[in-house]
Design a protein around this ligand. Structure first.
Ligand code: THU
Length: 133
């Protein structure tokens, strides 16, 4: 998975932040979907790698709730620190939570290939979801 993420990172379009992010997600059906961050000159149009990967899965027919794993790798051109682990932003946490019934396992890689494992339940406790309204 690390080698795939490293290759995918090359597709990131991040000329403004110089922070490249790649994400591969897995589904209940064991399929994989890819996403990178894509930035815009009008900054707020930027989309994160995790949400691009999840939206790609949904666009391909995967059911909402059937996302099982998120794999994430990032590289900051400014810091160039090989030891650092990224973390999903708040908006991505919400979408990861909803699209996995708050069950996704999250694997965050650094550039050395080391893995930090966590869960969406830990990253977004007391989540807001469709049962709230
Ligand atoms: N970014 C992601 O792709 N995922 C996150 O969870 C955090 C932020 C991207 C968005 C933007 O292109 C850059 O990282 C800096 O915020």
């Amino acid at each position: 998975m690390f080698d795939k993420l490293k290759k995918l990172l090359e597709n990131s379009y991040a000329p403004y932040s110089a922070f490249k992010v790649a994400s591969i997600i897995k589904t209940k059906s064991k399929k994989e979907y890819f996403g990178v961050n894509v930035e815009s000159a009008a900054f707020s149009n930027t989309m994160c790698a995790e949400r691009n990967a999840i939206f790609s899965a949904i666009s391909s027919g995967i059911k909402w709730g059937d996302i099982t794993e998120i794999h994430l790798l990032a590289f900051s051109e400014k810091k160039k620190n090989q030891n650092e682990f990224a973390t999903p932003c708040g908006s991505c946490r919400q979408i990861i939570s909803e699209s996995s019934n708050n069950k996704a396992l999250i694997y965050i890689y650094n550039l050395k290939g080391e893995i930090k494992k966590t869960t969406i339940e830990k990253l977004l406790p007391d989540n807001f979801n469709d049962k709230d309204f």
